[in-house]
Design a protein around this ligand. Sequence first.
Ligand SMILES: [Zn+2]
Length: 147
Amino acid sequence: MAKTKVERVGGETETSDADFIIDRPKFSEGTWVSATKDFTYDSQKVGHLRWGQILQLRGYRNDAGLVDHRLLIVMEPQPKSEAVVDKHFPKCGECGRNFINEQQRDRCGELHEMTAEERKMKRRELAHETVKEHAYGGEMPTQVIGE
Ligand SMILES: [Zn+2]
């Protein structure tokens, strides 16, 4: 499989797969992460995150803390672009959010159909099954990496 030179966050070039970056530094602005529960990350710009939602860190001071507490999990390897995320991960047809897996995407779809009160109940359910149910490692499309 063809290897390509890619831009690294620090400005260096690195050999990597065409769609993913293997060793991007963590906790920088633009680092791709996924949410392990529903919570508000950046109320002005990102808004309320949903379980499994894929997003990019915005470079805030508490980014590392959110990762340490596993509210956000750094995606490894890192997708190179939004187009790569769209290509490899399920997307909610209603709001356009991308998710790590289809269960999370389907849940987003269900939340759109609910009243505010029903959504609150649904989120309470999730509180008991967050982090342990959210393994990211094995879920990646590994066939495109390291071939
Ligand atoms: Zn949605």
